[in-house]
Design a binder for this molecule. Structure first.
Ligand SMILES: Cc1ncc(COP(=O)(O)O)c(C=O)c1O
Length: 388
């Protein structure tokens, strides 16, 4: 059996009295995950710009960032606004900008936040320039570079790279540099392919920077990152910063890729057994997709974890057990290794922990997280910032 370093449930009255399902964060594990990547990134000479999209709770900022001027990434303007309210000022909004969001960006700039937006089309460059001219402001913009064909961005050799950057640089906007996200790295399964994805992400941004510099367009920010590549860079010369989000909580997808092991997963869903189907050998818990999310991120991995693996309250992985089906508020736990699940071993009212496939999706289903520190024996409640 694998030991998942979880809180010792029996030690905490608070834990026992919480109604289920709830998202439980093991604070010591979370802090170790944060510290590991920060140390690794800084040793390579770049700064870490955590992505707030996974945790999205103001209470977590004191752990994610060193101080109020530390760099952070967001995936919604709502997160940037919450950061401004909490006094954090160095932000990249890393989803392609739409014109309708620019007034909110301007408000943040006026309030003193150093927020930059992302673009990868000539239309976006034109819209930002026009907005800046009409509103007498200068919105800082990064150009997204496509390093692996995963999603958006401009290929480093694409003539649009210079076209978009030049439009922003010479227009009313403020061109700040380049950003790449190696989304294809989530499909890598070996150290060699992960290292190659990491090196390729760096190569792509550096090629873009070289071409931009040759066109007399300076790049102040050179930003790369995803959790898989962030853990596999070997050389970050020329890169100013690394972004990663899921590395704080980790999850089964990251375990499947080989970025972490099960006992580094810091967030689990605590559920109560609410019934059995003895004929079928099923155990029902009160955590369906509303608590776990419907994410099936491990489906294409060699080890498909269903909707999550299962551990007992003490954190022992129950080998072979997984949440195989989810309804809105029901999770159905079955055995997947050919053995028989004995429902009587999981009495009604007992509790189980579900390890999530994708921590970003599972955390998004919870308005609050319960954070337990196994060393200090403290309990914190983190409130998730909802909406866009
Ligand atoms: C632009 C960008 N940067 C960084 C990240 C962080 O990656 P991860 O979730 O692997 O930590 C993401 C994730 O979606 C992203 O879209």
């Amino acid at each position: 059996m694998l030991n998942i370093s979880h809180l010792n449930a029996t030690q905490s009255d608070t834990y026992q009295h919480l109604d289920t399902p709830f998202l439980c964060v093991n604070k010591q594990t979370f802090l170790k995950n944060l510290d590991h990547l920060r140390t690794r990134t800084e040793a390579l000479g770049a700064s870490l710009r955590p992505h707030f999209k996974t945790v999205r709770a103001a209470e977590a900022l004191q752990y994610l960032l060193t101080d109020k001027s530390s760099p952070i990434t967001v995936s919604t303007v709502k997160e940037a606004e919450a950061l401004m309210d909490a006094g954090y000022t160095d932000v990249i909004y890393a989803v392609g900008i739409s014109a309708a969001k620019l007034p909110r960006i301007k408000k943040l700039l006026n309030r003193g936040q150093n927020i930059r937006v992302l673009a990868d089309t000539p239309e976006q460059a034109e819209q930002v320039n026009r907005f800046c001219e009409e509103n007498h402001c200068s919105v800082p913009v990064l150009l997204e570079v496509d390093c692996d064909g995963h999603r958006g961005g401009v290929r480093p050799k694409d003539p649009k790279l210079i076209e978009i950057a030049q439009a922003l640089h010479s227009g009313a906007a403020d061109f700040k540099g380049v950003l790449a996200h190696a989304g294809e790295s989530y499909h890598c399964l070996t150290t060699e392919t992960l290292r190659e994805a990491a090196a390729n992400e760096v190569r792509a941004v550096l090629e873009a920077v070289t071409r931009l510099q040759a066109a007399n367009i300076p790049c102040e920010i050179v930003s790369t990152g995803s959790t898989p590549t962030a853990h596999h860079y070997e050389n970050l010369q020329g890169v100013t910063e690394v972004r990663a989000g899921v590395y704080g909580f980790f999850d089964l997808v990251m375990t499947g890729i080989g970025i972490c092991d099960l006992n580094q997963i810091a967030a689990t869903v605590v559920a109560t057994v609410i019934g059995h189907n003895h004929e079928k050998g099923w155990v029902f818990v009160d955590a369906g997709w509303m608590a776990l999310s419907g994410d099936r991120g491990t489906a294409k991995q060699p080890h498909d974890c269903g909707y999550g693996l299962v551990s007992d309250e003490a954190g022992q992985l129950l080998e072979g057990m997984q949440v195989s089906t989810v309804n809105q508020e029901h999770g159905i736990i079955t055995m997947t290794n050919g053995r028989t699940l004995e429902p009587e071993n999981f009495p009604v009212g007992s509790r189980l922990n579900i390890l999530p496939n994708h921590a970003c999706a599972t955390a998004a289903m919870h308005s609050q997280y319960h954070v337990f520190d196994t060393q200090a024996e403290t309990h914190e409640v983190w409130n998730r910032i909802q909406g866009w």
